[in-house]
Each structure stands twice: as structure tokens, then as C-alpha cells.
Ligand binder design. Structure first.
Ligand SMILES: [Ca+2]
Length: 389
């Protein structure tokens, strides 16, 4: 069934079928049948043939002239599958180029691919940064001469058509963040201000977000620095690539809006052992105006910053709770003890046990103070060396 409907945009031809109900005819012809109706205004549809294949009506052409039109839909047109599109990973420093490859189950039937890019993960045409561009039957392309914005994530869309059929629904890449800079050291990335987008390459994952306060952690292979990555999941010991936007959460520099991919599994770095006193981080190139660097704990003085690093500390258990314990070695500057968070398990220890604790060194807010915290990941991170008498 076809007709015209009136809205704030004027009158518009519509089409109705039992599966989709009422839809604007122009949208259906463009999206389902691959017609390019840029500039056309389909004011009304007057009639549809009994088999649903031909629609006639009246509208305005791109020059604004009134035209009678006839759309032949060809009920037998076959749609090919959407290509499966891969961009170049999680982040790129290029602000002018995007590269993608794709695979296609219907490749043998495809006579043409078109490529576009935009900031919408659902290929919303309102957020395109390029128009559709034909690449023939190539299964790879580099879009160039773009003006990409660091901090934005871009998606590459590829659609296919067979000899007679309409365009497929677009295949969409999983996105790539355009970054200001790329680093192999989280410490170097931390020197940038909040809001800057960075790519970390060749870093190793040390925790999964479910284990450590909603942030997974990565650190440099040489154990010189680490950083939290919002919502990052995956195994400790994986070599990963991470792209995200620098932010500060409860005093800790963090990558927000992050994407990551796992490259290999070299295994977990050895935890750095320290006394309770030295666990208290001092500031690292900290600029409170821009957020650059890393603030220290309220008791950290001029110590090395351990925030974000996999550490190992020793002490006697003072208190126990479902999601944390406190331990002391007599040297902790922070009220004589440090909190060990056990977000994903309850530590099987009791007051008086002497324990070794492995976990991510971080900061927690205690009123207006920032204090040290060690975030243990699994029950095996808590080792009882000597049980309470
Ligand atoms: Ca990607």
C-alpha cells in the first residue's frame, strides 16, 4: 500500500507493508533498493501495481522541478551479504587516512563495493565524514585526504552489490580511535593532559576490570609504569594494544572511552616487591591545572610513583572484610597500614596472619585524602606465609 503523509517537512510518499508498517518511500528505495535519490523529494505515491513491483507518483527532482516518477522494484532482486570489515586496530596517529580490509561470503557474486567512513558505530549517514566511494571489486582500501579529529573514533563502512541486486546493508568495522600520540610506556602517556587521546603499544595487561575497581590495568614491559583502562577485560599476561582518552578517576590517571586488542600472551610480568613505606606514591610530573602527570598520596612525600604497577607487599593482617583487608608491616606511612581490596573474592585470612599480597598499586579517596590501595585480583594473590598463632 502506498500514499502520502503530511508532516512538518511537508507531504511525503510512504509505503506500507505488513512486515515494516509505514515507512517513507524514499528511505526504502535508498536503503532497501540501493537507488541514489539525493536531492529528490517524493511528494506522493499515487498507485502500486498488484504484484508490488511498480510504484508511480509525483515529486520534485534535484532542480526543484515537478516530475512524475515510476519506481520499478524488481521483486526478484537478490541482496548480497554485508562484507565483514576490519580497520587497522584500536588507534591511529594519522588524521588524514583510514585503511580497511574486508571479507565477503558472497564475494563471487559481487560486482562492486562502495566504502564510506564516519563516527557512528551504526553507520548513521548523518555522521559520515565521506560519501560512498566505489572501489570496484577490491577488498581493501585507504581513504585519504580526510580531516580526522583526535579523540574521535571512526568506523569504516563497506557495502556490496551483485549484478542485479540492491546494495547490501553496510558492513561496519569495530572502530579506530584517532589519537594525539602513541607510546610504549604508560608513564610517557601520563605526561599528557586529561582529554588527550593516546595509543599504547607493546604493553602487558595485569588485570581485568572485574577484578580491580572497574578498570583493567596495563604496564610497560620493563615495569617502569602502569595505568588503568576503563572497563578493559581480558587475561593478565596478554600483550595488548590500547587506545583511549586520558582522564583522572579518584586521583588515578586512567584511559577512558578505551578500545583494546590482544596480540599475544608472553605471560605476567613479575610483581615489584616493596616495603609498605615505599608503596606510598609521590607525585610524578604532576600538573594540577591540566591533570598531566600523576598525583601522589597525601603521605607520599617524594617517593617513586607506583600507581598502576603490579606490586608485592608483605604484612600482618589487621582487619578483614568481605571486599578488603588491611595489613601492616610496621612501616606503612598511611596510618600504619594499607588497604588491600579484594573486589572479586573474599580473602581467606584472619587477623594476625602474616601475608604476601600481589596486586595493582593505586589510589583511593578517604575524605579529602588520597591513600594507597593494593587491588588484589584473585585469591592466589593473597599468600599466607605464617598463620596467626
Ligand atoms: Ca578497530
Amino acid at each position: 500500500m502506498v500514499g502520502l503523509s503530511t508532516s512538518s517537512a511537508g507531504t511525503e510518499a510512504f509505503i506500507w507493508d505488513s512486515a515494516h508498517h509505514m515507512r517513507p518511500l524514499k528511505q526504502v528505495l535508498e536503503q532497501d533498493y540501493g537507488l541514489d535519490l539525493t536531492g529528490w523529494k517524493l511528494e506522493r505515491a499515487n498507485a502500486i501495481s498488484a504484484d508490488g513491483s511498480t510504484i508511480v507518483g509525483r515529486g520534485l527532482d534535484p532542480q526543484g522541478r515537478v516530475q512524475a516518477w515510476r519506481a520499478v522494484l524488481g521483486a526478484s532482486q537478490a541482496t548480497v551479504a554485508s562484507p565483514v570489515v576490519a580497520d587497522d586496530g584500536v588507534g591511529t596517529v594519522s588524521t588524514t587516512q583510514l585503511h580497511a580490509t574486508w571479507t565477503d561470503a558472497d564475494a563471487g557474486d559481487v560486482v562492486e563495493y562502495e566504502v564510506a567512513a564516519g563516527t557512528s558505530p551504526s553507520a548513521d549517514p548523518g555522521e559520515f565524514v565521506t560519501g560512498w566511494t566505489s572501489v570496484g571489486v577490491s577488498v581493501e582500501t585507504t581513504l585519504s585526504s580526510l580531516a580526522l579529529t583526535p579523540g574521535e573514533r571512526y568506523y569504516i563502512y563497506v557495502r556490496a552489490r551483485g549484478a542485479t541486486g540492491p546494495w547490501s546493508a553496510p558492513g561496519i568495522s569495530d572502530g579506530i580511535l584517532v589519537v594525539h600520540s602513541a607510546f610504549s610506556s604508560p608513564g610517557a602517556a601520563k605526561l599528557l593532559a586529561d582529554g588527550k587521546a593516546v595509543l599504547l603499544q607493546g604493553v602487558v595487561r595485569t588485570s581485568d576490570a572485574a577484578q580491580t575497581s572497574g578498570r583493567g590495568y596495563v604496564q610497560a614491559v620493563d615495569r617502569s609504569s602502569g595505568i588503568g583502562v576503563e572497563a578493559m577485560t581480558g587475561a593478565s599476561g596478554d600483550s595488548v594494544e590500547v587506545a583511549g582518552v586520558l582522564a583522572t578517576v579518584d586521583g588515578e590517571r586512567t584511559l577512558s572511552d578505551a578500545g583494546w586488542r590482544t596480540l599475544s600472551h608472553p605471560g605476567e610480568p613479575r610483581a615489584l616487591a616493596t616495603s609498605g613505606d615505599d608503596l606510598q606514591s609521590g607525585p610524578f610530573s604532576y600538573n594540577p591545572m591540566s591533570g598531566a602527570g600523576q598525583t601522589g598520596t597525601s603521605q607520599g612525600a617524594q617517593n617513586l610513583s607506583t600507581v598502576g604497577l603490579l606490586m608485592r607487599v608483605f604484612g600482618r593482617v589487621l582487619t578483614t572484610a568481605q571486599d578488603h583487608i588491611t595489613i601492616t608491616d610496621g612501616a606503612f606511612a598511611d596510618n600504619g597500614s594499607v588497604r588491600v581490596e579484594t573486589a572479586s573474592f573474599t580473602a581467606p585470612v584472619m587477623a594476625g596472619d602474616f601475608v604476601a599480597v600481589t596486586g595493582i598499586s593505586g589510589l583511593r579517596k578517604d575524605g579529602s585524602d588520597l591513600r594507597s590501595v593494593v587491588r588484589a585480583r584473585t585469591v592466589s594473590d593473597i599468600q599466607v606465609l605464617s598463620a596467626a598463632e
